[in-house]
Design a protein around this ligand. Structure first.
Ligand code: NAP
Length: 332
């Protein structure tokens, strides 16, 4: 039996498992166009997928109701009629959530499981790692001695941002949602300080303690009230990197918060959003550097792995409950 997962309905507010449907899929057969049969091994769940479940205009087209969800997948080649890939090879692709499927060879990238654990190609050596690398170094431009604050700091992107900022000699503060995550950031990732936002009744007061010299770079993964509080600490010429706004992804109304323009003006600060694919022509540079730092032991990385194809919707929903430390993946 082959299975696929479809978008059954568009969520309003927080998605539920009812928005997904697991159905049978036909067994794949090689065609002239589709040169390989693949079996999914690791499937990535990512916050941006929430946006694609809605019908709103964005930088990626929405999923269609009745059609499979798609995203980053590491798959094993089962059969191939193309000489560049053979059975047993592993590939990375943007593919439908299906257990087995055919694919066009030129849409896939071969990955080597002897160089890094396969899941890393969906995390630190993939889209989230590149997001951290370019967002921090190109927009944040941290300098030794500066204070870098990261929200969503223990996840796939945030955990890499903080480690790179430490390599640059910065004072690094991570904000995340549990004591276990704070311990992970300080004990394993070498961050200087951590704030558990669920346990803090006064975010401004907590930030005042851990950012005595203000904030020079804010890497924003979450938005909302956490970011409102961080912004009040920005120094002159601070850089605010708008990477994600996960606290807003399920909002049914746009909340009105403080308007930051006056603050940005008074501090000559930069606030810039970006999408990782803005840097597509530099991906090779990013992957090469991240792989080198990993090999040299300058970066460490965690994954939270759930097992079973049928658990994909639950894992995806877990992103919004803070279930993961590091990259969240489903292994088949
Ligand atoms: P992740 O951090 O591994 O997982 C999501 C985490 O967000 C959860 O573990 C949870 O941790 C936190 N979270 C969930 N709901 C929250 C809320 N209401 N308030 C505060 N925190 C909340 O995910 P990721 O893949 O690394 O992505 C991080 C952010 O970067 C997301 O906003 C994503 O959309 C964005 N992103 C942007 C790009 C780009 O090209 N710009 C690329 C990749 C990712 P806690 O326990 O700490 O709450």
């Amino acid at each position: 039996m082959n299975r696929q997962i479809l978008l059954k309905s568009r969520p309003i507010g927080m998605p539920t498992e009812d928005n997904f449907e697991i159905t049978d899929a036909p067994e794949p057969k090689l065609t002239q166009d589709d040169g390989v049969i693949l079996e999914s091994r690791f499937i990535s769940v990512d916050p941006y997928m929430r946006g694609r479940m809605s019908d709103a205009k964005s930088y990626v087209p929405p999923y269609q109701v009745g059609e499979p969800i798609s995203g980053g997948i590491i798959a094993e080649v089962l059969e191939s009629n193309d000489e560049s890939l053979k059975a047993g090879d592993f590939v990375l692709g943007n593919l439908p959530w299906t257990e087995r499927q055919t694919a066009k060879v030129d849409t896939l990238k071969k990955v080597d499981d002897s160089l890094a654990p396969l899941g890393y190609y969906l995390g630190i050596l993939g889209m989230p790692g590149l997001t951290a690398y370019f967002g921090l170094l190109d927009i944040g431009r941290p300098e030794a001695g500066e204070t870098v604050v990261i929200s969503g700091a223990s996840g796939a992107v945030g955990s890499v941002v903080g480690q790179i900022a430490k390599m640059k000699g910065c004072h690094v503060v991570g904000i995340a949602g549990s004591d276990e995550k704070i311990r992970y950031m300080i004990d394993e990732l070498n961050f200087d300080e951590g704030i558990n936002y669920h346990k803090t009744s006064d975010m401004q007061q907590s930030l005042d303690v851990v950012c005595p010299y203000g904030v020079d770079v804010y890497f924003d993964n979450v938005g909302g009230e956490i970011s409102d509080a961080v912004l009040t600490f920005i120094n002159n010429e601070a850089r605010i990197v708008i990477c994600g706004q996960i606290s807003m992804y399920n909002a049914t109304e746009q909340p009105v918060g403080p308007r930051p323009q006056t603050l940005l003006l008074k501090r000559s600060a930069l606030m810039q959003g970006f999408i990782v694919r803005d840097y597509a022509d530099r991906f090779d540079e990013g992957i090469k550097t991240l792989a080198k730092w990993l090999k040299e032991g300058k970066l460490t990385y965690r994954q939270t792995v759930t097992h079973g194809f049928e658990n994909l919707p639950k894992a995806f929903l877990g992103l919004f409950k803070g279930e993961n430390i590091g990259k969240y993946l489903v292994e088949l």
